[in-house]
Design a protein around this ligand. Structure first.
Ligand code: BTN
Length: 256
């Protein structure tokens, strides 16, 4: 059972718990379409059977071991062209949450969280645009907490990092507080540059030479920046110009 977070400002004041569901992002979208929903409402489940990931992938998670939830936001104050700020804010909030446990946290563009070279959290953000503004944003977050067996060797969990099981309710409350603080920062124009800079500072490959897979070739390069629309800027070894990439156009390689 997950309780509403009464001392938060925006996020999690209302928490809808479903023992089982298809995808919390889908349930959140249904709620928005049915009628007015309080901003910051969270839909959370213990058994998500049709979890969706980025680029059409699936998000598999063992029942009752991890956190899978979606937040409904109405960030009308963010221009559509700058909607990547929502991604950056969410990634940083999850980054901050994990930094309490380890120094090995990294953000992998666009908004995965890695501990060393293993993924611990993924976020799927689905924005609905009306004219020039974002009418609502559904921020779906999956965090591996107590699962210890993964079919993908590049996955990890909080339990594997700390060596002990955690209370899902307690971790949920910590995360929501971190997200609530992040959303408050996002609302301040002055803090938006801080969000962009902090995101860059914690981004895997920023000002470091790493390997990428580009058109079936392994290439070395350095992340130099992120555009306001969220495109990844890379300077490849031996090249002078900086190239920009969107999702699906480039892949990170960890072992090369
Ligand atoms: C990814 O890494 O590809 C993103 C994964 C996002 C998974 C979360 S779990 C809660 C929410 N509901 C979904 O169907 N997906 C997101």
């Amino acid at each position: 059972m997950y309780n509403s977070i009464y001392d938060s400002l925006n996020i999690g004041k209302k928490v809808i718990y479903l023992p089982s569901c298809h995808s919390t992002n889908d349930i959140a979208a249904e709620l928005v379409h049915k009628g007015p929903v309080e901003e910051g409402t969270i839909v959370i489940t213990d058994n998500q059977v049709g979890g969706r990931g980025q680029r059409g992938s699936k998000w598999y998670t063992e029942p009752s071991l991890n956190l899978t939830f979606s937040i409904i936001l109405r960030p009308k104050f963010i221009p559509v062209a700058e909607q990547f700020l929502i991604s950056q804010m969410a990634a940083l909030a999850i980054y901050d949450y994990f930094s309490f446990y380890t120094n090995e946290v990294k953000i992998k563009w666009p908004n995965d969280i890695y501990i060393s070279d293993k993924k611990i959290s993924g976020t799927l953000i689905e924005n609905s645009i009306q004219g020039a503004s974002i009418s609502y944003s559904i921020v779906g977050i999956g965090i591996n907490i107590n699962q210890v067996n993964f079919s993908n060797p590049r996955s990890t969990s909080l339990a594997l990092i700390t060596g002990s099981m955690a209370s899902l309710e307690v971790e949920f409350s910590k995360l929501v507080h971190s997200l609530d603080a992040g959303y408050l920062r996002l609302k301040s124009k002055l803090q938006q540059d801080h969000i962009r800079l902090s995101y860059l500072r914690h981004l895997h490959g920023y000002q470091q030479t790493i390997s990428f897979l580009l058109k079936n070739e392994i290439v070395k390069g350095t992340v130099t920046d992120i555009t306001k629309s969220g495109r990844l800027c890379i300077k490849f070894e031996g090249k002078n110009e900086i190239q920009e990439f969107g999702l699906k156009e480039i892949e990170f390689l960890w072992d090369k």
